[in-house]
Design a protein around this ligand. Structure first.
Ligand code: NOJ
Length: 532
């Protein structure tokens, strides 16, 4: 650990321009053949990610966990679940990644623990009024739940325990919310941060970063827009961008949450190597997102605006300009993301099939040209679509609580090679924990490698092209008006054009640096290009 690290130059930290690849451990690579991905599996595939051309990996949780929400229910923040391996395996992963020049971002889950966590078990045993209960949000209520809040996964956000008290869980009942007004909670998480920083973690993705503090009164939510009282991506997706700021959310985005990140900023600043924090904060506007990345708080926040927007040039343009204005106002760094483990894959969101894939590649190419950093989700480089998982294989708590399909369809194990499942996912024959579609034989890494027309080759080329200009082209862009169906901007010497309309559009003069499809004198529908 070095204070005042001489390599650190403010404004040039590695994460500002990084492309980070999200790994969902149970679905990336299975080292031991039990049908579930694991840490040694990830380590074995790191050279693939180096060759893909990403700078960093963010690994979804692999802590000790009963896996009720696939690791976002942590029972021990200081160990790895045996399903995924050991602490020694995690150390090896960190070491190998660093040898390959890859940074590693660990997923931190501070809003809630698992109900198996020693603290929650102690709280149950100790009873009402105890210091053990005071680490969570236990309340008395005679007639039903203490307020009208709904769980993001459906149903009331409160569960009653045997002695009559209720505890709050904004997610599954197996994920009790911690009381961040209790100093013991903050102190424990500083220990967690240091534990992983000391092992070499380069940063943390902070789960539910906007949720840690609730309005202290725990008052009822005023429900608007004819919606339920829950609030998450799925709800926001139905609300037009302009209306999103009108929601009453006493459970999210409270001013006091920022004190937590100021403290964490201090903790990280004592380490060398520009360690970073990226917020998963489903806030209502670019401005509220930007508050998480003020200079003394986090490094980045996921910018979900594009991922929530439909295929529309005007919406995309609004997302780009709104994001850049809001981040610039706080001297922050923008991020871009189109897919993750919580949303339908973007090929499918944009219509699926050939059209969906063309649009997904085009949107990705535009995202990669923008100032700031980009996040990719495992399998998008193969053009994978959302899978319609048969009900008997669904495991998402959202499905279990609501009966709606949920998120399993974007979590199907990655196809690496071969003609039949598990497509090289692991060493054992047969289907992994969620069955892979047999059509994925054509989409394996092995099938796409060496095919210049494949989605994988496109991603490799785009990431290589980005590398040559992303860090040197400055953070300014100039939006261009090339028609209502077109997103267009200039960044330094590169002009980026995306055609969201149905008809080809004329292109400005310039040499084609990268294109998401065939380009001639005009730019076809659903295609993007970088011109120099
Ligand atoms: C956000 C995570 O991305 C999601 O997968 C998880 O279910 C919730 N937070 C609860 O931790």
């Amino acid at each position: 650990m070095v204070l005042n690290d001489p390599i650190h130059v403010h404004g040039q930290e590695w994460w500002r321009h990084a492309v980070t690849y999200q790994i969902y451990p149970r679905s990336f690579a299975d080292g031991n053949g039990d049908g579930v991905g694991d840490v040694p599996g990830i380590t074995s595939r790191l050279p693939y990610l180096r060759d893909l051309g990403v700078d960093a990996v963010w690994i979804s949780p692999s802590y000790t966990s009963p896996q009720k929400d696939h690791g976002y229910d942590v029972a021990d923040y200081f160990d790895i679940d045996p399903l995924f391996g050991t602490l020694g395996d995690a150390d090896e992963l960190l070491e190998r990644a660093h040898e390959l020049g890859l940074k590693v971002i660990v997923d931190l889950v501070p809003n809630h623990t698992s109900s198996d966590h020693a603290w929650f078990q102690a709280a149950l045993a100790a009873g009402p009024g105890s210091p053990e209960r005071a680490r969570y949000l236990f309340r008395d209520s005679e007639d039903g739940p203490p307020n009208n809040w709904m769980s993001v996964f459906g149903g009331p956000a409160w569960t009653q325990v045997e002695d009559g008290q209720w505890y709050l869980h904004l997610f599954d009942s197996s994920q009790p919310d911690l009381d961040w007004r209790n100093p013991e909670v903050g102190d424990m998480f500083v220990d967690v941060l240091r534990f992983w920083l000391d092992r070499g973690a380069d940063g943390f993705r902070v789960d539910v970063a906007h949720g840690l503090l609730k309005e202290e009164s725990l008052r009822d939510q005023v429900v608007e827009h004819g919606k339920t009282a829950s609030s998450d991506a799925r709800d926001l997706a139905d609300v037009p961008l302009v209306e999103r700021t009108e929601r009453d959310e006493p459970m999210w985005d409270q001013p006091e949450v920022h004190d937590v990140y100021r403290r964490w900023h201090e903790v990280l600043s004592k380490y060398d190597g520009d360690r970073m924090l990226v917020a998963e904060a489903w806030t209502q506007s670019p401005e509220s997102m930007a508050r998480y990345i003020r200079e003394d708080e986090m490094s980045q926040a996921f910018n979900f605006a594009w991922l929530l927007a439909p295929w529309s040039a005007s919406e995309f343009t609004e997302v780009i300009t709104g994001t850049l204005a809001a981040t610039e106002a706080v001297h922050g760094s923008p991020t871009w993301v189109l897919s993750n483990h919580d949303v339908d894959r973007h090929v499918s969101r944009y219509g699926g099939g050939a059209t969906g894939l063309a649009r997904a590649k085009a949107a990705t190419l535009v995202m990669l040209a923008l100032p700031g950093s980009a996040y990719l989700y495992q399998g998008e480089e193969l053009g994978l679509e959302q899978v319609d998982v048969a009900p008997e294989f669904r495991q998402d708590p959202f499905w279990l609580r609501t009966g709606e399909p949920g998120r399993d369809g974007c979590r199907v194990p990655i196809p690496w090679s071969g003609d039949e499942p598990p497509f090289g996912f692991g060493p054992t024959a047969g289907q992994p924990w969620i069955p892979q579609p047999t059509e994925w034989a054509a989409l394996t890494v092995a099938a796409q490698e060496g095919d210049p027309g494949s989605t994988l080759s496109f991603y490799r080329a785009a990431l290589a092209a980005r590398r040559t200009f992303a860090t040197t082209s400055g953070d300014e862009i100039e939006m261009l008006d090339l028609g209502a169906d077109v997103v267009a901007f200039r960044r330094d010497a590169v002009t980026v054009v995306l055609n969201c309309g149905a008809e080809p559009v004329d292109l400005p003069a310039g040499e084609v640096l990268m294109a998401s499809g065939a380009v001639g004198a005009t730019l076809p529908a659903d295609t993007a290009v970088w011109l120099q």
